[in-house]
Design a protein around this ligand. Structure first.
Ligand code: AMP
Length: 396
């Protein structure tokens, strides 16, 4: 039994189903530039429609302050219809008589998108009066938007308390992957954390050292740790004022028996520029006038050995400045190694966070990981061990 209710337990035939999804797709000049989020919700919508539910879709778009038609969901609803290959109706209002009439007109299997939930201040405030107005429009509530589950908003959390609430298939897949990744993992459990700064990931590092057997630290943030440990890091990006924080995290790791794996060598250059002349140096010999832009070959070997030891891997953040070649090589090599171990059935690999998804795509292996989460903020808050209100509200 899962800890949350799924569509297997929902009887939707003839019922009005309020479905919260993520339609916050990137748009340029009225055109959707990446439809991944739409693709991800299709299985849930198809299943609910095929089972005869009357689908009333709720979503936010952008960050409008009140009603602002530049953030209307109308074009996104049209695109959704094209992806589903069936008509999708649109109501100009989220609540009130216009929305109620559009819902009343639905037949079994029909699909309606309501206007941007964030046109109402009550959405982000989780205002009970707004939740009540939304709840009038449905008999059941399905949440398929993991990416907004870290927010206790009316359409992501409030509704689950007024209507019978279920996880959609995308939410279910995400929660299953996260359970395998950190909550009930097969051990040894190894995490790789990279990226630019320690400051944005203090809570995450503190949570992970308590849970994982080994933590690989790479990217710019490794420099702060190396500096704190008294190593020379030349002109590398580092947050030197956070040296005490880095030392505290290392002490916490020792207490929790978590092995810390830091780079033993780095690819260094004089400038942060694609194709800049570069050289690998041992960590005890980083030149004063250069910066570390990637982990070196010995570090990659060490990281790959840690991946070999792992039964489960959780990954967030690139190991180097992967956007500019050749400083992508450490990240690419480790990502490919993790993908190969996953393919061989030796590893459960769960990765997520904005730059991580681009880095894995860049390495050409995003499809080969067990699960790659595209939910930026919610994935990070989950890595930080914080409660996710949208998920907690679905628990049986
Ligand atoms: P984050 O958003 O915290 O995951 O950080 C990702 C960013 O960190 C990417 O833009 C990388 O280019 C950058 N980064 C990773 N390693 C380094 C490094 N050694 N020096 C400078 N930037 C880096």
């Amino acid at each position: 039994m899962k800890a949350f209710r799924t569509l297997d337990q929902a009887d939707v035939k003839g019922k009005r189903v309020l479905v919260r999804v993520d339609l916050n797709v990137p748009m340029e000049n009225g055109r959707i530039t990446d439809a991944t989020r739409i693709e991800r919700i299709l299985p849930t919508l198809r299943e609910l429609s095929d089972k005869g539910g009357k689908l009333v879709i709720l979503a936010h778009f952008g960050r409008p302050k009140g009603r602002d038609l530049k953030d209307t969901l109308r074009p996104v609803a049209e695109a959704l219809g094209q992806h589903l290959k069936k008509p999708v109706a649109f109501a100009d209002e989220t609540i009130g008589p216009v929305a109620e009439a559009a819902v009343a007109a639905l037949k079994d299997g029909d699909i309606l998108v309501l206007e941007n939930t964030r046109f109402h201040a009550g959405e982000e405030k989780n205002d009970p009066a707004f939740v009540k107005e939304l709840a009038k429009l449905g008999d059941l509530y399905v949440n398929d938007a993991f990416s907004t589950a870290h927010r206790a908003h009316a359409s992501t959390e409030g509704l689950a308390h007024l209507l019978p609430a279920f996880a959609g298939r995308t939410m279910e897949a995400e929660l299953d992957a996260l359970t395998k990744g950190l909550e009930a993992p097969t051990r040894p459990l190894v995490a790789i954390v990279g990226g630019a700064k320690v400051s944005s990931k203090i809570d995450l590092l503190e949570n992970l050292v308590k849970k994982v057997d080994a933590l690989v630290i790479g990217g710019g943030m490794a420099n702060t740790f190396l500096h704190a440990m008294g190593m020379g890091i030349g002109k590398s990006l580092a947050e030197k004022d956070l040296a005490p924080t880095a030392l505290r995290i290392l002490a916490q790791a020792r207490e929790s028996n978590c092995a810390i794996i830091l780079p033993v060598d780095g690819i260094c250059a004089y400038e942060f520029k694609a194709g800049a002349a570069n050289h690998a140096y041992g960590m005890d010999a980083i030149p004063d006038d250069q910066m570390i832009l990637d982990v070196g070959p010995q570090s990659v070997e060490r990281i790959n050995a840690a991946i070999n030891d792992a039964a489960t891997l959780v990954w967030n953040g690139p190991l180097g400045a992967f956007e500019i070649a050749p400083f992508d090589q450490g990240t690419v090599a480790a990502a490919r190694h993790a993908a190969a171990r996953t393919k061989a059935g030796k590893l459960v690999s769960v990765a997520g966070g904005g730059d991580t998804v681009s880095a894995l795509n860049h390495a050409g292996v995003a499809d080969e990981f067990t699960y790659v989460s595209t939910a930026g903020g919610a994935f990070l808050e989950w890595l930080e061990g914080k409660p996710l209100p949208g998920v907690d509200a679905l628990k049986a």
